[in-house]
Structure formats: structure tokens, C-alpha cells
Design a protein around this ligand. Structure first.
Ligand code: URP
Ligand code: ZN
Ligand code: ZN
Ligand code: ZN
Length: 460
């Protein structure tokens, strides 16, 4: 099969030019002006943008959490991602405390293999570092192509590791050529504030927010950066929300230390005033919580300063019925936000269209940097000869409204219901196949491949 995309405006993290793209099989074979090839399928992209398929390195699909499962499976979640122009996601495998990494991987493989529609990879969440874990880390990196290890500094009793385990893990992961990623909030302080608010009968969603103040994230981010500096291990902080945490990383850069920072689309465009709505605030209960307008400003600035390298989603959807598990107690609301389908369009509309970031920066943080940081570049994350033909053809001027009525995520509300945005995904290719065509998914369940990742250096 061959395919020719004619006359599109090709945008990568560094380039911006009009040309044709020739795709044969699963990869891009040629890029140039007026390519003289005949193809089975010709797509006229005149007036449209062509950028690399999005890479979302933070999603939770079909994940057991807080007494339930996130509501998108690997099938529905990756299909929704494709609709939104994201062709590769990295999902989290959660080790059960007292059990091995391998057991956890087998469980996740049984859910994802043969069901994912889009390409996917896994981070391995280490929730219990012990002597056996050392050998398992080597196996994950060398045999499974899983080169990033997720840690939690919160959710004590289920997922959290202490600093003793963190330093030991970092030393091992550094030795083996991997990266440690972290949910950086101070779990003990959050547990204390949560218990205090509950004891005082303060049970509405607002108290979810007030139990995780900025300080809890700033402190943990600084502590993580210090441990990464001490061990020399490449580090990556997920879902950063606030000025205090970013300043902790800014400090680390003064000693020439690189700590990668990811924020998520919701932290750039939603704020904590949503928690004042007691009836519906559960829709935005996630950890860390939404913050203030000043934090949004800091995060946009951080993107432009190169301190924030990635915009992900932390997609962890729950249906309204699941959110209602916490209708009488904020601490029982399953934490998570649905956005896997909306990330690129929202970042384009609120970032590029509104003039906050450049088009190249948009591609850098949503496609290229995640692929580079996590060892998938240049196969993923760019448009180049030899790269996978994962391409988004995007109409930059069409306006449309986001709604649960029209989205493809398996969740019965939209966190962005009624938002009018500018720019729309039109056509999506994954490994040379047209998988989305004007809102219709043409890929079957099981088309998605597991992507083995390379060792990483901690620099990009
Ligand atoms: O609220 C969130 N973020 N839920 C998913 C788990 C996590 O902490 O990323
Ligand atoms: Zn076991
Ligand atoms: Zn987290
Ligand atoms: Zn997460």
C-alpha cells in the first residue's frame, strides 16, 4: 500500500514548510515538493497542517484504583486517543505491594494485547522495592522494552514508596539505563489534612483541593529532584500543577541538573474555582488538584522557557456513577480526569490559536519530547524519512464544541462540556494506515502494537 499526502503544511518541533509526504508500508519514505509518485491513495492537504501523531505518555486504562477500574479499556481509550490525533500512549502497569513486577506485567498484557486500537507502551510502577526488584528492573529494560519506572510519593498503603526505597530504586535504574518518574506530592501531609477535614465534617469536593495544598507538591518535587541529583538517575515529574513545584525544578537547573517536567492539559486551562460547585465538583477531582490562575501562567511560561517539556493528560476516566462513590465524602471520589481525546485540540486552541505557544512548541511538547524522553524517537514523535507514518492532518480554522454527546471516551460526562474550540483533527494515520477519516475510525480492535522502548540517557 502506498499513500501520498499532497501539499500539506508540515510542522515538526523544528520545521514548518509545505511539501508532499510519500508513505509506503508503515513508514514515511520520502518528503519533498511535488513528489512524482503515483499512490493507491492520494490525500489533498492543501491549507491543512500535517504534524506527527501525538504521544501521550501518561494514561491509565482499565486500571484498578480506589475500589473500581478506570472506565476506558485499552480498546476504547486508544480509539478515543486516535480520534483526537494521539497515536501512541504510555499506560501504567501497577505492581501490587508484596508481589513481583512480572506478575503485574502479565496482568496488563492480558488486558491490552490484541485489544488496543492505537499503539501503546507501558511504564512500570514500582510500589514495593526489594532485593528481587533489582533483577526484575534489568529484565524489564533488556527484555520487555520498559525503560521507565513510576513511583508514588503519595497514596500510602497502596502505591507509595518511602525515600529509602526511592534512593535504592534510583541507583538501580541509573545503573541499568532507565528513568524514574514520580507522582511528587507529600503523601503524609495529604493524609493528615484529609483525615482532619473528614473529622471536622468537611466532606465536599472543595476539601479534596484544600487537602493537597501547593506546599505538598513543591516539597515533594524538590525532594525528588535532590534524590535524583544525589543518585545521578534521570528523573521525570509527572502531572506538575503549580508554581512552587516548578520553582523547585528551576532551582535544580542552577546546579545544571535536568529533571524533566510534565504538566497536563487540564492544569493549563482549568482552575480550582470548579471545586466550589458541591454537586458537580467531583468531575474535577484528580490528584494533584486543579490550582490557581497564577499557576496556569507559570506553567505556560515554563513551557516557553523549556522547563516544562511535556503536556500529557493523566487520562484516568470514571463515569459519573463511579464518581458518586464519593458523594458524601470527597476522599472516596475516584481521582482522575478524562482528556485522552481532547489534549491536542485543546492545546492547539488554547495554546497556539490563542497565541501562548508557537506551532513548533505545540509539536515539541505533545509529540516529540515525550517520544525522545521515553526512548521512542525517531520512530515516533516526528515526521522524517524512516519514521513510522503516524500523521495528523489538522484543520486549523474549523470551530467545534466539545461534548460527551460526541466524544469517544467511555465516560458519560465531558470535563469541557460546551467549550467552543478552534482547530479540528481531520485525518489520522497510524503506521501508514488511515485510522481516522473525518470522525470515523477505520482501525480494528487489536491494530495497536506494543512499542518496545530504548534505554534513555536523561538528556534530549
Ligand atoms: O487523579 C489522578 N491523577 N488519578 C490517576 C492516578 C495518578 O495519580 O496519576
Ligand atoms: Zn505474587
Ligand atoms: Zn499521579
Ligand atoms: Zn496518573
Amino acid at each position: 500500500m502506498s499513500l501520498l499526502i499532497k501539499n500539506g503544511r508540515i510542522v515538526t518541533a523544528t520545521d514548518d514548510y509545505v511539501a508532499d509526504i510519500w508513505v509506503e508500508g508503515e513508514t514515511v519514505q520520502a518528503i519533498g515538493k511535488d513528489l512524482p509518485f503515483r499512490a493507491n491513495n492520494v490525500i489533498d492537504a492543501t491549507g491543512l497542517l500535517v504534524f506527527p501523531g501525538g504521544v501521550d505518555p501518561h494514561v491509565h486504562l482499565d486500571m484498578p484504583f480506589m475500589g473500581t477500574f478506570s472506565s476506558d479499556t485499552h480498546e476504547t481509550g486508544t480509539r478515543a486517543a486516535l480520534h483526537g490525533g494521539t497515536t501512541t500512549v504510555i499506560d501504567f502497569v501497577l505492581q501490587k505491594q508484596g508481589h513481583s513486577l512480572k506478575e503485574a506485567l502479565a496482568e496488563w498484557n492480558s488486558r491490552a494485547r490484541g485489544t488496543a486500537v492505537g499503539d501503546y507502551s507501558f511504564h512500570m510502577a514500582v510500589t514495593d522495592f526489594n532485593e528481587n526488584t533489582r533483577d526484575e528492573i534489568r529484565e524489564m529494560i533488556d527484555n520487555e522494552g520498559i525503560t521507565s519506572f513510576k513511583t508514588f510519593m503519595a497514596y500510602k498503603g497502596a502505591l507509595m514508596i518511602d525515600d529509602r526505597q526511592m534512593v535504592a530504586l534510583m541507583q538501580e535504574v541509573k545503573k541499568q539505563g532507565g528513568l524514574v518518574t514520580v507522582h511528587a506530592t507529600n503523601g503524609d501531609v495529604i493524609d493528615y489534612l484529609t483525615a482532619k477535614h473528614r473529622a471536622e465534617g468537611k466532606l465536599t469536593p472543595l476539601y479534596h483541593y484544600l487537602s493537597q495544598p501547593e506546599m505538598t507538591e513543591a516539597e515533594a518535587s524538590g525532594r525528588f529532584a535532590d534524590m535524583a541529583d544525589y543518585t545521578g538517575c534521570p528523573g521525570y515529574i509527572v502531572h506538575m500543577t503549580c508554581e512552587g513545584a516548578l520553582n523547585a525544578v528551576r532551582n535544580a537547573t542552577r546546579r545544571n541538573q535536568k529533571v524533566f517536567v510534565e504538566t497536563c492539559i487540564q492544569y493549563l486551562i482549568l482552575d480550582a474555582s470548579l471545586y466550589e460547585n458541591a454537586a458537580e465538583g467531583a468531575k474535577w477531582v484528580m490528584s494533584p488538584p486543579l490550582r490557581e490562575k497564577k499557576d496556569q501562567t507559570t506553567l505556560w511560561a515554563g513551557i516557553n522557557q523549556g522547563l516544562v517539556q511535556v503536556v500529557a493528560t493523566d487520562h484516568c476516566p470514571f463515569k459519573w456513577e463511579q464518581k458518586l462513590m464519593g458523594k458524601d465524602d470527597f476522599s472516596k471520589i475516584p481521582n482522575g480526569h478524562p482528556a485522552i481525546e481532547n489534549r491536542l485540540e485543546l492545546l492547539y486552541s488554547e495554546g497556539v490559536h490563542s497565541g501562548k505557544i508557537s506551532l513548533n512548541k505545540f509539536v515539541e511538547v505533545a509529540c516529540t519530547n515525550p517520544a525522545k524522553i521515553f526512548g521512542m524517537f525517531p520512530r515516533k514523535g516526528t515526521i522524517a524519512v524512516g519514521s513510522d507514518a503516524d500523521l495528523v492532518i489538522f484543520d486549523p480554522t474549523t470551530k467545534h464544541r466539545l461534548s460527551a454527546e460526541t466524544h469517544h471516551m467511555n465516560v458519560d460526562y465531558s470535563a469541557y462540556e460546551g467549550w467552543e474550540i478552534t482547530g479540528k483533527v481531520k485525518t489520522v494515520l497510524l503506521r501508514g494506515k488511515v485510522v481516522i477519516d473525518d470522525g470515523t475510525c477505520l482501525a480494528e480492535k487489536g491494530y495497536g502494537q506494543f512499542i518496545k522502548r530504548n534505554k534513555v540517557s536523561g538528556t534530549i
